[in-house]
Design a protein around this ligand. Structure first.
Ligand code: NAD
Length: 441
């Protein structure tokens, strides 16, 4: 049982803090956003994440979990201090480290005894140095240069959780990566992660640069697989092949494996787009070329746009038409719309003066915050279809997979379906009288 402080209560911080509390640790989570902290205190997880609400309530009631805006309290509490703040892209794609630096300074300002500073935010190689310096400088500013700072370690512990399965991923991680050169830090991390590490899911200790790079490399590899399949999807359409069959045939090769081979309307979210760009930037900063990663990013942008081009094959002039959209979140089982393909598609439709009626089981509020009343948000999937000239599917929520096709046909003004996630069988849908376009088939 340890005293832990978590800085930043977004997706990563809230899940990390709550799950560590559930393992019996005493956790104080700190955020600069007072409204967020107030809601978390009341047991409202803010984000939609399966299993999180129960876990949050249970650990708040058990008194193992506290939410605060008081940075001093958090630093004084945590022997282990997790940095879980955002690292959004700057205009050139490089990661903005100002939030990470701010937390490092907070820790330096208030630390009195040993601190293990664990960086969980996704950061470029070398951020470790920046954090170390920021902790030390802030300590000296607060205590004068004459007072040597207490011992502290800065280590890298990248987070691999997937939104939509974050709690399960925390409790059953494929791997736990810890970059450190400190024996003391290693012992603490072994103790902390001991309950969830297994022989087949070990804690992997590496150097700090390797740990920092493992995170970017993993996301960039997954994004590359998606862009690879998306590029092939256009060839499939040109030669009459089916990308789903191609993916299946490729995935049966044990060297390739079946996952992340789905063509669709492009990847989104707060990680893949930003991490691909940041890794490309990192290569460039070291005088290396990032040809592959630039292509991955380019293909993804093009893929999002290709959905509207597909729609225009059926409706060449979109002006005055109403388009229904099913799915706004960047993927199912989350309410996160950051960099979601739906944003690009809605913007393109609006630029062509089409009206949009959209539905998502969880992400409506987040999308409303972006588009306001420029988009009509329906209360269910069928209401979105009322009087629409076509349906575009952008997120593969389970509830869209087996709809009432007869009702859909009745509600739509024209039975046109653009399936950006290939959730329907093309032959079946066409046999039902729909004009259908999937991706790469
Ligand atoms: P987020 O934007 O959801 O949350 C960040 C939080 O940090 C916000 O609540 C913000 O108010 C808070 N914050 C900002 N400055 C602060 C400060 N000085 N002190 C305390 N709190 C502060 O971000 P996220 O999605 O949780 O991602 C965090 C990091 O983890 C990023 O680097 C991201 O790349 C990485 N990551 C994210 C995921 C994911 O699925 N979301 C997965 C793995 C890794």
């Amino acid at each position: 049982m340890m005293n832990i402080a978590v800085f930043g209560t977004g997706y990563v911080g809230t899940v990390t803090g709550t799950c560590f509390a559930d393992l019996g640790n005493r956790v104080v989570c700190m955020d600069v956003d007072a409204a967020k902290i107030e809601r978390l205190r009341r047991g409202d997880p803010i984000i939609y994440e399966p299993g999180l609400k129960d876990l949050l309530e249970r650990n708040l009631q058990a008194g193992r979990l506290e939410f605060t805006t008081d940075e001093r309290r958090a630093v004084e509490w945590g022997e282990v201090c997790f940095i879980c703040v955002g690292t959004p892209p700057r205009h050139n794609g490089e990661a903005d480290l100002s939030y990470v630096q701010a937390v490092a300074r907070t820790i330096g300002k208030w630390m009195r005894g040993y601190k293990l500073v664990v960086n969980k935010s996704t950061v470029p190689v070398g951020t470790y140095d920046l954090v170390r310096r920021a902790v030390r400088e802030a300590y000296e500013e607060a205590n004068g240069p004459a007072a040597p700072p207490p011992d502290f370690d800065v280590i890298s512990n990248p987070e691999f959780l997937r939104e939509g399965a974050a709690v399960r991923d925390f409790q059953n991680p494929d791997r736990i990566v810890v970059g450190t050169d400190s024996e003391r830090a290693r012992a603490i991390m072994r103790k902390l992660y001991g309950p969830i590490a297994r022989a087949t899911r070990p804690i992997m200790f590496t150097t700090i640069p390797s740990a920092e790079l493992i995170k970017y490399a993993s996301n960039a590899m997954l994004a590359t697989r998606i862009s690879f399949m998306n590029e092939l999807s256009h060839l499939c359409e040109a030669v009459g092949a089916d990308i789903a069959d191609v993916a299946k045939g490729m995935g049966l090769d044990t060297r390739i494996g079946p996952r992340f081979l789905q063509a669709g309307c492009g990847y989104g979210g707060s990680c893949f787009p930003k991490d691909v760009k940041a890794l490309a930037q990192l290569l460039e900063q070291h005088g290396l070329t990032s040809t592959l990663l630039q292509a991955v990013d380019y293909i993804n942008e093009r893929q999002k746009r290709s959905i509207v081009q597909k729609l225009k094959r059926f409706i060449p002039v979109l002006e005055g038409k109403t388009i229904a959209i099913w799915g706004l979140a960047f993927k199912p089982r989350t309410d996160d719309v950051r960099e979601a393909p739906a944003i690009t598609v809605i913007e393109m439709l609006r630029r062509e003066y089409a009206k949009v009626r959209a539905y998502d089981p969880e992400a409506v509020d987040n999308m409303r915050a972006i588009f306001g009343d420029k988009v009509y948000f329906a209360k269910d999937a069928y209401e979105a279809l009322e009087g629409a000239d076509a349906l575009v599917i952008l997120t593969e929520w389970d509830e869209f997979r087996e709809p009432d096709f007869a009702r859909m046909k009745e509600l739509l003004r024209a039975p046109i379906v653009i399936d950006g996630r290939n959730i329907f069988n093309p032959d079946e849908v066409r046999a039902l009288g729909f004009q259908y376009a999937g991706v790469g088939r």
